[in-house]
Ligand binder design. Structure first.
Ligand code: GLC
Length: 523
């Protein structure tokens, strides 16, 4: 396996022409012999984003390109066509796939990530005409059609690897597996599936699955055991993919156990030799306190004065008591059970008793929203809650916070702790999944560690960890060292991009040993 990649080149687009399909760009060339990866995701920031999947799909492809891999992102276009024109141009390609009520057509539009990595938008107003990424009951139908179109795209692009993400694009992995033995165009291609969250599996009624074109001969034990007469799109994707990755080494181990496996642990153990945890990263050029335009003042690890000013400004913005002495605890999260926000609600009085302020940003569960709003009414100077999604305010909170709290019950990777480290907000986390892999407890005698970690998922354990953080906050020299450790952590994608490159090499290595089918078998 090769560890060294050539730097990203800035050469003109390499074009592939196909008579019946028009012209499609496959991006700039990468390292010599580099595979072409088609990265399929139903969320891609900044075009569409609901959660962490959008962050990853919007930033990992850039890191792959920087590692010398040719990569093209493919995603649905959501919403009205008029806004599309600013972000993309028509590629002159139409893909037709079977749909529930007759054929569905996708127009291919071409755009770019901020870094210049090509993005293909598949446009179909019938299925993706609203600006919502997820619309509950219709999602299986919408994403099956999108996935089918991705497979058709793979016939005309010289793709080596399909990189699918979560259950939404699993139908592409499943179809590709089925069709590749009958198609010369698809035969040498391989697939990788990345699981961002095992809790969502795309469980689909068998009759409906058949109507969507997914062939179902026999049900898996996992399917029968959970809901009779349903197929599990994620489970089938896990079986069909040449490699399965998830977003942290710890989560890769956890999901092989009944406690975290969401009913698929047996299957994941079975695929253990092809299952790998690769830690997420963040785009460190975008999340950069030294250059972030959302901040009232910028700072670096060498000079943290700007961070103090960010704190004062945020205290004013959120009507919190103005004080540099009170440690400010930031919480930025979807408000739900996975994220363990119920612990914060339960512990709020004791938290305030430790002499901290809390700034909380997020939306979700209405009961949690109500409880949080109620806490900020009770402690107007000490608890601020903003119950909406606001990416800029989020960055101001990361910058202003001394401590960042992430009490997730389970966490495949988590992104908040990376941004917090980068912005010098010391993370306090529950030891699970990616949080366990990225935050190490502060150890004063050796000056090592970048945060505080609690083991039991209880309000008491959370409070004890925050208390440890507050104690160190009172000792400025120690605290400065801790903040420095946090800010100096490598939270970029660079190491993980190389790990993905090795996975691609690995599965393509297998590909070269098999013989191609004859053109007679071509479909
Ligand atoms: C999901 C997971 C989160 C992960 C993200 C990106 O949102 O819950 O832990 O960081 O996907 O992989």
């Amino acid at each position: 396996m090769k560890g060294v990649r050539s730097p990203r080149t800035r050469e003109p687009l390499h074009r592939v022409s196909n008579g019946s399909h028009g012209e499609l760009s496959t991006g700039r060339p990468g390292r010599r012999g580099s595979p072409l990866v088609l990265f399929a995701s139903v969320e891609v920031a900044p075009f569409s984003q609901v959660g962490g999947l959008g962050d990853v799909a919007g930033s990992l492809p850039t890191a792959l390109a920087e590692a010398g891999i040719r990569v093209v992102v493919v995603t649905p276009w959501y919403g009205a066509p008029d806004t599309r024109s600013t972000a993309a141009e028509q590629a002159g390609v139409t893909i037709t796939v079977p749909g529930l009520a007759g054929p569905e057509q996708f127009q291919v539009w071409r755009g770019e990530l901020r870094s210049g990595v090509p993005v293909l938008f598949l446009v179909n107003a019938n299925l993706f005409g609203s600006s919502y990424v997820y619309v509950a009951e219709r999602d299986r139908q919408r994403f099956a059609a999108f996935s089918r179109a991705v497979v058709e795209l793979m016939r005309v692009l010289p793709v080596d690897i399909l990189h699918a993400n979560d259950w939404h694009t699993c139908p592409a992995v499943i179809w590709h597996r089925e069709l590749r033995y009958r198609s010369r165009a698809l035969f040498h291609q391989r697939s990788v599936l990345t699981i961002h969250n095992l809790a969502h599996q795309g469980i689909t009624d068998v009759t409906y699955a058949r109507a969507l074109g997914l062939e179902v001969d026999e049900l898996l034990d996992e399917e029968r055991a959970r809901y009779p007469d349903t197929i599990n799109v994620l489970a089938r994707g896990i079986l069909a993919a040449d490699a399965v990755t998830t977003v942290s080494p710890s989560y890769a181990e956890e999901i092989k156990t009944p406690a975290f496996g969401e009913g698929l642990d047996r299957l994941l153990r079975q695929r253990g030799d092809r299952l790998l945890g690769i830690l997420n990263g963040i785009d460190t050029a975008w999340y950069n306190p030294a250059a972030d335009p959302a901040l009232p003042s910028r700072y670096t690890v060498e000079n943290l004065e700007g961070k103090a000013l960010c704190k004062r400004t945020l205290q004013r913005e959120l009507d919190l008591a103005s004080s540099s002495e009170l440690p400010l605890v930031g919480v930025i999260s979807r408000l739900d059970r996975q994220k363990g926000i119920d612990l914060v609600v339960e512990a709020i009085d004791e938290l305030i008793g430790l002499g901290v302020q809390v700034a909380l940003l997020g939306t979700g569960d209405t009961t949690l929203e109500r409880q949080i709003a109620e806490a900020s009414r009770r402690y107007p100077q000490l608890v601020a809650s903003v119950l909406r999604f606001d990416a800029e305010l989020a960055r101001r909170i990361y910058a202003a916070s001394d401590i960042f709290l992430m009490p997730s019950r389970f966490e495949p990777c988590g992104i908040g702790q990376f941004i917090a480290l980068r912005y010098g907000a010391v993370p306090v986390v529950h030891r699970t999944g990616g949080l366990a892999d990225t935050v190490q407890e502060w150890h004063a005698p050796s000056g090592s560690g970048n945060g505080f970690v609690f083991e039991e998922h209880t309000p008491e354990a959370l409070l004890a960890a925050v208390r440890r953080a507050v104690d160190v906050f009172q000792k400025p020299v120690e605290w400065q060292r801790l903040v420095r450790n946090a800010m100096e952590c490598d939270v970029s994608w660079s190491r993980s991009a190389l790990e993905y490159a090795r996975v691609y090499d690995f599965i393509l290595g297998l590909a070269t040993s098999a013989g191609a089918p004859s053109s007679a078998a071509e479909r």
